[in-house]
Write a protein that binds this ligand. Structure first.
Ligand SMILES: Cc1cc2nc3c(=O)[nH]c(=O)nc-3n(C[C@H](O)[C@H](O)[C@H](O)COP(=O)(O)OP(=O)(O)OC[C@H]3O[C@@H](n4cnc5c(N)ncnc54)[C@H](O)[C@@H]3O)c2cc1C
Ligand SMILES: NC(=O)c1ccc[n+]([C@@H]2O[C@H](COP(=O)([O-])OP(=O)(O)OC[C@H]3O[C@@H](n4cnc5c(N)ncnc54)[C@H](OP(=O)(O)O)[C@@H]3O)[C@@H](O)[C@H]2O)c1
Length: 450
């Protein structure tokens, strides 16, 4: 029996565990720093997208295989290090994602009221590391920087009324904050043009279907230069995106309570304010022949009391694991970890920490399969771990005072969340507090694994 530890129970880690279990003759432990599995499926996917959230129902089947264990509430690099893991496992697959935000490196970025979409998403998704009082939403006007799907998610969450979100699994304190929101205007700001936006069309369309907000686009912003016209002609996704926005530009605003202003060719240069954010200074840009933005020198100020940068995610180094500071990923060759440019025996990587923070949930399946294929091809040559008892690692963690959450414990958390939700007339309400999650996990009983 090969023994493999997968570090991170997001889609990449779970798909990797599934591929290993399917192969047979492998025992897999999927380790996560959180008491819950599913990574960004639980703490990223927007709560008003229950169909995408329900991918967790497919992922959970992998934990029903007796060859796969979930071991939550264990932070690799803190509670247990890589050398320890090599004593218990023949192979390690790092799949710990990209959990922090990229920065803009502009003056004022750290003023109170200037923060990242990463933090806002973590807060509304009830991530145990996000302070419950992290957002009061007393801003009238918000600037969201970036033109990707995360920017669309946070814009939608700010634009919807609390009543529209009451049936979701949002934690109660988040629903209360959203109900008290003063937000009226949301400026979605891109440094390039509509043909360069990274949105997917389905998600973009949703913005136009909001009942609580008008979507406003200046038709002049949709006039494409020659290079963008060519990009649009050659790419059906870009063509559809531009068509969707052209239809919005032709609409007459209906006087809805909130307004989403979609604005292009504006590069943030400074977050304004003294004690807290009062606005965002932007420089108007033009595109070069390759579609890149260059500043024109013309500046404008956008009224904003909250600035959310949504310019992408970034991986974090884990102690003892190689990390490329420039790209924010673990150096690898097709999923085999490289240490000083040489393949590190028994170490593999999958998901966002392998290829960077792009791609939808399904992208991680193909990615994880490539990694598992590499591991299985190497299997006969892997250095065997000296400790073969599967419970020895649990013993070590217990000695270190770590309250490990097993699959049964996670099921108990789920049950508690379902009860909490039902008491409020919805299917589920997330518990955001780590201590409360651990209490629920140990109170049990949840159904047995396997
Ligand atoms: C806000 C947001 C919304 C998204 N919405 C969608 C969507 O609607 N549809 C879609 O298809 N895709 C969506 N995506 C993309 C999708 O979530 C990612 O492609 C996917 O989650 C990446 O998988 P991963 O396993 O690499 O990382 P993650 O999902 O981030 O999982 C990494 C896991 O590793 C754990 N971990 C981190 N450090 C450690 C450590 N030191 N020790 C142990 N465990 C650790 C984390 O707790 C986490 O559970 C979204 C992404 C974001 C950011
Ligand atoms: N529903 C879904 O399917 C869903 C939901 C959420 C996320 N996701 C996926 O998750 C991944 C991550 O999404 P994301 O939105 O975080 O990233 P993203 O798609 O890479 O978008 C990042 C945006 O930030 C902009 N940006 C980067 N640096 C900037 C700077 N210095 N100044 C101004 N703008 C800057 C980029 O503009 P440039 O193009 O000019 O660099 C781009 O518009 C994507 O693959 C996404 O599709 C999917």
């Amino acid at each position: 029996m090969l023994r493999v530890a997968v570090i991170g129970s997001g889609p990449a880690g779970i798909y990797a565990a599934g591929a290993l279990a399917q192969h047979g003759d492998v025992l897999v432990d999927v380790i996560d720093r959180l008491p819950s599995p599913y990574g960004l499926v639980r703490y990223g996917v927007a709560p008003d997208h229950p169909k995408i959230q329900s991918i967790s129902r497919t992922l959970e089947k992998i934990f029903e295989d007796p060859a796969v264990r979930f071991l939550g509430n264990i932070e690799v690099g803190t509670h247990i290090d890589i050398e320890d893991l090599h004593r218990f496992y023949d192979g390690l697959i790092f799949a710990h994602g990209a959990s922090v935000d990229r920065r803009l490196a502009i003056p004022g970025e750290d003023l109170p009221g200037s923060t990242s979409a990463t933090e806002f998403v973590a807060w509304y998704c009830g991530h145990p590391d996000a302070p419950p009082d992290g957002f009061t939403l007393d801003a009238r006007s918000v600037a969201v920087i970036g033109m990707g799907n995360v920017a669309l998610d946070v814009t939608r969450m700010l634009a919807k009324s609390a009543d529209e979100l009451r049936t979701t699994d949002l934690p109660e304190h988040v629903l209360d904050a959203l109900a008290a929101s003063q937000v009226e205007d949301i400026h979605l700001i891109g440094r390039r043009g509509p043909a360069q936006a990274k949105f997917t069309t389905k998600e973009l369309r949703e913005l136009g279907d909001l009942t609580n907000a008008d979507v406003l686009v200046d038709p002049r912003d949709l006039e494409l230069d020659e290079a963008s016209e060519l990009m649009r002609t050659n790419d059906p996704l870009l063509r559809r995106n531009v068509e969707v926005m052209q239809a919005w530009a032709a609409r007459t605003p209906e006087g809805r309570p909130r307004r989403v202003h979609v604005r292009f060719l504006l590069r943030p240069v400074e977050v304004l304010g003294t004690d807290r954010v009062s606005g965002l200074r932007v420089e108007h840009t033009r595109l070069d022949e390759r579609g890149n933005a260059t500043g024109t020198g013309e500046l404008s100020d956008i009224d904003a009391q909250l600035v959310l940068r949504s310019v992408g995610y970034r991986g974090l180094p884990v102690h003892g694991v190689p990390f490329d500071e420039t790209t924010g990923v673990i150096p690898n060759a097709g999923g085999r970890v490289l240490r000083d440019d040489a393949v590190a025996p028994g170490e593999y990587v999958a998901g966002w920490i392998k290829r960077g923070p792009t791609g939808v949930i399904g992208t991680n399946k193909h990615d994880a399969n490539e990694t598992v294929a590499a591991l299985l091809a190497d299997a006969s040559a892997l250095p065997l771990a000296p400790v073969r008892d599967p419970d020895a690692v649990l013993e070590l963690l217990r000695e270190r005072g770590v309250r490990v959450v097993t699959w049964q414990g996670w099921r108990a958390i789920e049950l508690t969340e379902a009860r909490l939700g039902q008491a409020q007339g919805r299917q589920r309400a997330k518990i955001a507090d780590r201590e409360a999650m651990l209490r629920a996990a140990s109170d049990g009983p949840g159904p047995e694994q396997g």
